[in-house]
Design a protein around this ligand. Structure first.
Ligand code: MG
Length: 243
């Protein structure tokens, strides 16, 4: 059952917004790797056993997740990391981190199958497309382009000053798409940030399950479920294989 329509309306969407990570692409811990380069530059990469690289990686993942959730500018996240390692003037490390992230996009970002084809097919049908992603510029735009997204705006929490699941983030998406909420689909993998957030803002929410076994029972259910991104067009009214 690759694409399951639970309660999408019978009309085609006027616009579709997309999450990036684990929806259009995987980035294989790109920002963790860039931060490990920063750690290497600090000279602590080969530290004592209690600060193994695995432990450092876990701490970096937690730091990045906290920053993303709080909407902390990425430069401040790098400064906090540097301070934690005894570096007071972190500006060179901030530059290193940003540079490494962009350099790693081609190697680490892998698109889901058929992203470019599906986005183009939506555009050909007159459906507006856009990305709404929690993250910073210019990294998220570089990742979106690497994934094959084209033909629409790329909105990021770093530029908007507000991120998912805040209704204002989805409001900015609707403005960029030029569509009404009840004619707009949002596709994402995160049940709270993407699905509950989009539904609270009045959009239709399609869960890209990204290998997850089940949907959290405590949250409102998505309006449709995708086992693979490449099956998105099956949800369009009249598409062969639509359920
Ligand atoms: Mg995601």
């Amino acid at each position: 059952m690759p694409a399951t329509n639970l309660q999408l309306p019978p009309d085609p969407p006027a616009g579709v917004g997309f999450d990036l990570d684990h929806t259009l692409l995987v980035d294989n811990k790109l920002e963790r790797v860039a931060m490990l380069h920063v750690l290497e530059a600090i000279g602590e990469a080969g530290g004592p056993a209690e600060r193994s690289l695995d432990a450092q990686s876990a701490a970096i993942d937690a730091l990045l997740a906290r920053g993303r959730a709080a909407g902390t500018p990425i430069d401040d996240v790098v400064r906090e990391f540097a301070r934690g390692h005894g570096v007071r003037d972190a500006e060179a490390l901030v530059g290193l981190y940003r540079r490494r992230c962009l350099e790693l996009v081609d190697a680490l970002v892998i698109p889901e199958a058929r992203v470019a084809e599906i986005v183009a097919a939506l555009s050909d049908r007159g459906v507006s497309v856009a990305v709404l992603s929690n993250g910073w510029e210019p990294l998220q735009s570089a990742k979106a382009r690497r994934a094959g997204f084209a033909g629409g705006p790329i909105l990021t929490s770093g530029t908007l000053g507000v991120g998912k699941p805040e209704p204002a983030a989805f409001g900015a998406l609707l403005t960029a798409l030029g569509t009404a909420a009840d004619r707009t689909w949002y596709v994402g993998d995160d049940p709270s940030g993407d699905i509950a957030g989009a539904q609270a803002a009045g959009l239709w929410a399609i869960w890209a399950r990204a290998g997850a076994d089940s949907y959290p029972a405590a949250l409102p259910q998505p309006d449709a479920v995708l086992d693979a991104f490449g099956d998105l067009l099956e949800l369009l009214p009249g598409a062969s294989g639509a359920s």
